[in-house]
Write a protein that binds this ligand. Structure first.
Ligand code: F6P
Length: 324
């Protein structure tokens, strides 16, 4: 192995810069060249890359976003797109490619490896934490803390005005952010895609809260929840059925994707990416590095893509008990 390529792809996540830095510095340490492709697969298709050395990644560990930029790339989903990308990777003499991103990124990388024999290695970077084969993805911890900061502020105004707030958080198909930020912020109810507890239960719970003397409440709603109503419809529905509630909605949106990464995410990114480079040097390919019970472990990309990360549903029970 003489040269490793690195890229960030899909939704960005805080800690991606720390991850790129760790790839680049590990390459420097082991005397391998490193090049960074811009805008994920788009940059590979366009042959848009930059040479990276240890000093190229100075002062990036603390920054959110990704200096290599990121994109979702429909062209890479086509065989022709991947052919162009493979030709550019070969022309750039890339011996292996490190992909920092989520499941869409890994799916694309695996196709590239199978069709064009280019070794790839995945590093899980997404705020959603929805990747099998790792307990934590890069960016998740920062996003959780961003949500907590925002909900704490909402709680202040909710309490002053005796209001009920529905707060929508990210998580297209997974409730990790909702569930854990819900517990952390002391939410009344948490709605996640993995468990549809139904509208009646929500009404009963809010009614019970009011009777028990609560004057304001927070309900955390995952954007992918399956209750059948979006967060605005949900607030209207509650107002119709429980008219004494002054219900408001806040959609936190993309603020969850930005910000300086927490120490946890910086350390996670550093550990995963040093290991990623070492595994490539060891001749491994088509795997993803993850952390299980605080040990860095590799898992086949195929397996990571087929598996479903399991959510700790006991947290719903904890939430129920604590919102009495
Ligand atoms: O995959 C991460 C994520 O932040 C999801 O939670 C969210 O649904 C999606 O990305 C938003 O994507 P986009 O950047 O395309 O708006």
């Amino acid at each position: 192995i003489n040269r490793i390529g690195v890229m960030t792809s899909g939704g960005d996540a805080p800690g991606m810069n720390a991850a790129i830095r760790a790839v680049v510095r590990s390459c420097a340490y082991y005397n391998i060249e490193c090049i960074g492709f811009k805008r994920g697969f788009e940059g590979i298709i366009d042959g848009d890359y930059m040479t990276l050395n240890a000093r190229s990644v100075r002062n990036v560990i603390n920054h959110g976003g990704t200096f290599l930029k990121s994109a979702r790339c429909p062209e890479f989903k086509t065989k022709e797109g991947r052919e162009k990308a493979a030709a550019n990777l070969k022309a750039a003499k890339v011996d292996a490619l490190i992909l920092i991103g989520g499941d869409g990124t890994f799916r694309g990388g695996l196709a590239l490896s199978k069709e064009h024999d280019i070794p790839v290695l995945g590093v899980p970077g997404t705020i959603d934490n929805d990747i099998f084969g790792t307990n934590f993805t890069i960016g998740y911890d920062t996003a959780l803390n961003t949500v907590l900061g925002a909900v704490d502020k909402i709680r202040d105004t909710a309490s002053s005005h005796n209001r009920l707030f529905f707060v929508e958080v990210m998580g297209r198909d997974a409730g990790f952010i909702a569930l854990n930020s819900g517990i952390g912020s002391g939410a009344e109810e948490i709605l996640i895609p993995e468990e549809n507890l139904g509208l009646d239960r929500l009404l009963n719970s809010l009614e019970r809260s009011r009777r028990s003397g609560k004057t304001s409440s927070i309900v955390i709603v995952s954007e992918g929840d399956k209750i059948g109503k979006n967060v605005f419809e949900l607030a209207e529905y509650v107002k119709e059925n429980l008219p004494y509630y002054d219900a408001k909605v806040t959609v936190l949106g993309h603020i969850q994707r930005g910000g300086s990464p927490t120490c946890f995410d910086r350390v996670l990114a550093s550990r995963l990416c040093v290991k990623a480079v070492e595994l490539i040097l060891d001749g491994k390919r088509d795997i993803m590095v993850g952390t299980i019970k605080n040990k860095i472990q590799a898992c086949e990309l195929e397996k990571a893509l087929k598996g479903k990360p399991s959510i700790n549903k006991d947290l719903l029970r904890i939430s129920d008990i604590l919102s009495v």
